[in-house]
Design a protein around this ligand. Structure first.
Ligand code: NDP
Length: 285
């Protein structure tokens, strides 16, 4: 193996300790409401980890569960209550939602100032305009990993594979804000390997094991593997194991982007609490 591994787990521990100090220093209560709808086993695991991380950081966790067949109106009514509740400084509705519920509508119903996932169009718009507020956690975590490992972005060629609203698009904007020259790829990209091989920094957010193989990587490039794919009993990323022979720096799966996503969510939760305590001004509020 030639690549050095970018350890997201160790970094996340440092960030979580920092957040704990910030929560204590804030002096006003920080409360994250988590909303889980239905029986998706992965969602249950994710929400449990987020709640545990909150508890460790001194953030009150206020948890709500609705059944798999819950109506959209029931969920919207709950979000409305949470928007109005002073104890709740952040709201996280775990995705995906059951098919009878319009996800985009639910995201729009969350007060932007409490939107710790950063998915509300208001927060997405601020990011687009270069005045970031609450950032989506996975891309924010990736940027911290790159900074902690001295990955230089100014003028670098960055290629992002995947264009979702939660990973691909926001990470592209964050890389652009750091002056990388960014190319976004997706399922219709023609000759993907010829594009990815130009990358100094390659982000794989595809959701398919082995979507990025060694032959698609420029020797020495920094590779960020966002994917979480279940293959038999194992969890693997989007980047195949042979990539470690070619890449210069690489995030492992597990232990790379995943832990930093939770750490970045905690950062957002404190930031949202600051907005509500009036310590920080939410643009336009
Ligand atoms: P989506 O399914 O929403 O998006 C996947 C993207 O990959 C789409 O833009 C799609 O293109 C593109 N794509 C699919 N197949 C190909 C292909 N063969 N070649 C090029 N592009 C392709 O996924 P998410 O962005 O939500 O998540 C991506 C991965 O990251 C998943 O494995 C997910 O589990 C993981 N993830 C991990 C997190 C973490 O904390 N570590 C957090 C969030 C996600 P098109 O738009 O054309 O369909």
């Amino acid at each position: 193996m030639t690549a050095s591994l970018m350890d997201g787990k160790a970094l996340a521990e440092r960030v979580r300790a920092e957040v704990k100090d910030e929560v204590a220093a804030l002096g006003t209560p920080v409360g994250l409401a988590t909303v889980l709808v239905g029986d998706n086993p992965a969602s249950h695991v994710y929400v449990r980890s987020k709640r545990n991380a909150c508890a460790e950081a001194g953030i009150e966790s206020l948890h709500h569960e609705l059944p798999e067949d819950a109506s959209e109106d029931a969920l919207l009514a709950l979000v409305e209550e949470l928007n109005a509740d002073q104890r709740v400084t952040g709201i996280l509705v775990q995705l995906p939602l059951p098919e009878q519920i319009d996800e985009a509508r639910v995201i729009r119903s969350i007060a932007p100032v409490k939107d710790v996932d950063g998915f509300h169009p208001v927060n997405a718009g601020f990011l687009l305009q270069g005045t970031p507020t609450l950032l989506p956690a996975t891309p924010a975590g990736i940027m911290e990993i790159l900074a902690a490992h001295d990955v230089s972005l100014k003028g670098a060629r960055a290629v992002v594979v995947g264009r979702s609203n939660i990973v691909g698009k926001p990470i592209s904007l964050l890389l652009l804000a750091e002056h990388a020259t960014v190319t976004m790829c997706h399922s219709r990209t023609v000759d993907l390997p010829s594009v990815t091989r130009q990358a100094d920094v390659l982000v794989a957010a595809v959701g398919k094991a082995d979507a990025v193989t060694a032959g698609m990587i420029r020797p020495g490039a920094t590779v960020v593997d966002v994917g979480i794919n279940r293959v038999g009993e194992k969890l693997v990323g989007d980047v195949s194991p042979d990539a470690a022979e070619v890449a210069g720096k690489l995030t492992p799966v597990p232990g790379g982007v995943g832990p930093m996503t939770i750490a970045a969510l905690l950062r957002n939760t404190v930031k949202a609490a600051r907005y509500q305590a009036g310590v920080l001004a939410f643009p336009g509020a």
